[in-house]
Design a protein around this ligand. Structure first.
Ligand code: GLY
Ligand code: MN
Ligand code: MN
Length: 438
């Protein structure tokens, strides 16, 4: 069974120390300083945007609410957590750190930014922080050599990180179930979103990205983030792309549902679902992700043909760009501390870029899969007015059954998205495992 976070953390921590040692040596720095960050102030206002901690900071410890705090590491010594606990009776002050990880840090409590900066070691420092606003006495420099190295290795999740990602998936799937129930009960998009948040036990600001909750034609808008207040007269289709956070690790989950009487749309969902599970089964060490994306286009061309939307061969549907009309985004992306995690295009630990295949401008992952990587697999088929109008003007338009395509515009589209771990053997599907537990 799963091990506890407490038992997994020491190995995670020592992995980060080794990576930091190597990154500093590569960049020629003595110290690594990582700012948690500070909230952004709204323009001409006394209100802040929700605080979002630096991904580098939450990589080291499970603290997502520590604005103004710092981690300072010098190879050979115990890392220091400079923890800001302001004297403040207006706001809730962050609790003094406790838990399985605190023994690994020298913890210094400070009361303001100046005290924090005074605790940072002097010398040749790699300062990982948002450039603005800089704190007095310390400038962010974000050295490329250090960041490239750290980002490259962030692709390989430690067992501790995988356990947190399993938890993020458990929270997300619990909330997805509540959202599906709300849809079948006839709720509005806003009411579905509220049911989701309640079941997740997370606020909107805590989620890893803005939820996409669409009914009917809205399922055709890839990043639909309006929430209609009124339920539609007939809820024919429901697409929900919504995740959850666990100590700053993300899940990213999409499901599409048909109304109880929606047989023809359900049949298409079933085909996309079967295709998606086929792609998930190919998340194996050595698999090129862009090749998997192209493979997905061929399989989805088959689905479009089988369901009577196109008459052309699968080869020509892919080659002529017809599949890209119905599947106009990438197959997926790396995920971890950020929903779209870093290093999806990186060539090596020294940086560099692996270009996307021509004609696939939205793919977010061009590397080959290796054990420890976590990626999403999220194929879709959509009926998007703008792209369909463009297709109508092309020579391939004659090979499309427009009556059938037009009939399906009322459903918007389908996306099915799981988070999948590449291992030494069979893939671990975090999302389906979590749905299976509930
Ligand atoms: N929810 C954003 C994505 O699926 O990438
Ligand atoms: Mn998603
Ligand atoms: Mn995604």
């Amino acid at each position: 069974m799963h091990q506890s976070l407490a038992s997994l953390y020491p190995q995670h921590f020592s992995t980060l120390l080794k990576r930091a040692d190597n990154a500093l040596a590569l960049g020629g720095f003595e110290h690594l300083l990582i700012a948690a960050g500070t909230p952004l102030r709204k323009f001409l206002d006394d209100q802040d945007y929700p605080f979002v901690v630096s991904p580098h900071f939450k990589h080291w410890l499970p603290l997502t609410d520590a604005p103004g705090s710092w981690i300072a590491y010098t190879p050979g010594s115990k890392p220091k957590l400079i923890f800001l606990q302001p004297r403040d009776y207006w706001h809730v002050v962050p609790q003094a750190p406790q838990g399985y990880w605190v023994e690994h840090f020298d913890i210094v409590i400070v009361r303001n930014a100046a005290e924090a900066v005074a605790q940072l070691p002097a010398g040749n420092r790699a300062v990982i922080a948002a450039a603005c606003p800089t704190q007095e006495g310390v400038e962010a420099n974000n050295p490329a050599a250090v960041l490239d190295y750290l980002h490259w290795y962030r692709s390989y999740k430690t067992p501790y990180e995988l356990e947190l990602m399993r938890e993020a998936s458990r929270i997300g799937t619990r909330a997805h179930r509540a959202a599906a129930q709300a849809f079948h009960a006839g709720a509005s998009e806003l009411a579905i979103q509220q049911a989701y948040l309640a079941a997740a036990g997370q606020t909107d600001a805590e989620l890893p990205y803005a939820n996409i909750v669409g009914l009917n034609e809205h399922c055709a808008v890839l990043h639909y983030t309006n929430f209609d207040r009124k339920p539609p007269t007939h809820g024919r289709s429901f697409l929900i792309d919504a995740g959850a956070s666990a100590a700053g690790y993300a899940s990213d989950i999409t499901r599409t549902y048909a109304a109880a009487n929606g047989g023809e749309f359900q049949a298409l969902i079933d085909s996309v679902d079967a295709a998606q599970q086929g792609f998930v089964s190919k998340v194996r060490a050595g698999q090129s992700y862009p090749d998997l994306h192209i493979h997905a286009h061929h399989v989805l061309a088959g689905v479009l043909r089988e369901h009577g939307f196109i008459r052309m061969s699968e080869e020509s549907a892919v080659a002529s760009g017809v599949t890209a009309v119905f599947f106009p985004h990438g197959l997926g992306h790396p995920i971890g501390l950020q929903v779209h995690d870093v290093a999806g295009f990186q060539q090596s630990e020294c940086g560099g870029t692996i270009a996307r295949p021509a004609g696939h401008p939205y793919l977010r992952m061009t590397r080959a899969l290796e054990p420890g990587m976590v990626v999403t697999i999220e194929p879709g088929l959509y009926f998007i007015d703008m792209l369909l109008e463009e297709l109508k003007a092309k020579p391939q338009a004659g090979e499309v059954d427009w009556a059938r395509v037009d009939h399906f515009r009322q459903y918007g589209g389908i996306r099915i998205e799981d988070d999948v771990v590449c291992t030494d053997g069979a893939p671990e599907n975090l999302t389906r495992d979590a749905f299976g537990l509930a």
